[in-house]
Ligand binder design. Structure first.
Ligand code: ZN
Length: 239
């Protein structure tokens, strides 16, 4: 499997690289990203969920109609509403901050102060440049600062940020920064290994490539800690 490494540290220093309009196509085609925050409008939550679903269904009807599809067909006529509900309530539900999993921490009574790794967390997301799936595995790790988090919360945090139009680099950073904040430690690592349907099913149609992104901070910047992490993940090479 060919793997492309993308290092985030340099990109992170400049959270909002400003872009001219003529670069926008190039950025979309090359799957670059512009900052750690998902770019949202100020009025993103003025409409209710139901109003959004209604509006998206009407717009998706237009798209299907423009493509020449017959919306009177029994198989197609429910599609606009189905797509709208899926966008708002499922695959893009992570745009709504109210959906963010509340991360209750537990006292670390057993004084566990070693590395904790939750590996192979499956996720499904969508490329924000083409609106087609990105899917793969996330591995997250942290070293407890005195409190611990329920293991299922780690999965839920990954799922929450995946349920947005995304680029893989931003997904990696958003998960890592959330974990740092929730766990009150810099000692966090996130590795994401994913496939992009916009690369495999269209465009260059590369069936075999996968993209690996990583975030290491605190003790995970030290070689010895990274090596321990890689040994748990069964990785022979460095990311
Ligand atoms: Zn794409």
């Amino acid at each position: 499997m060919k793997q492309k490494e993308i290092l985030l540290s340099s990109l992170l220093k400049d959270k909002s690289i400003s872009l001219s309009q003529q670069n926008a196509d190039e950025i979309g085609n090359d799957h670059l990203f512009t900052g750690a925050e998902t770019p949202m409008k100020k009025d993103a939550f003025v409409l209710s969920e139901e109003e959004k679903i209604k509006k998206i269904a009407a717009n998706f009807t237009e798209i299907m109609d423009t493509l020449g599809l017959d919306l009177n067909d029994d198989s197609l006529k429910g599609t606009p509403l189905r797509v709208a509900k899926m966008y708002v309530k499922e695959i893009f539900s992570g745009l709504d901050p109210n959906q963010k999993p509340d991360a209750a921490l537990f006292e670390n009574n057993y004084k566990y102060d070693q590395m904790l790794v939750e590996k192979d967390i499956s996720f499904y997301s969508n490329c924000e440049h083409h609106f087609v799936p990105i899917f793969g595995k996330a591995h997250v790790a942290y070293i407890s600062s005195g409190k611990v988090i329920g293991l299922s919360k780690l999965n839920r945090i990954v799922q929450y940020f995946a349920k947005r139009p995304q680029v893989q680099e931003r997904l990696t950073v958003q998960i890592a920064q959330e974990l740092q904040q929730v766990l009150n430690t810099k000692d966090v690592a996130v590795i994401i290994d994913a496939r992009h349907l916009c690369v495999s099913s269209r465009g260059v149609q590369d069936q075999n490539s996968a993209t690996v992104t990583s975030f290491y901070d605190g003790k995970f910047k030290e070689e010895v800690t990274k090596k321990e992490l890689f040994s748990y993940l069964g990785m022979k090479t460095e990311y």
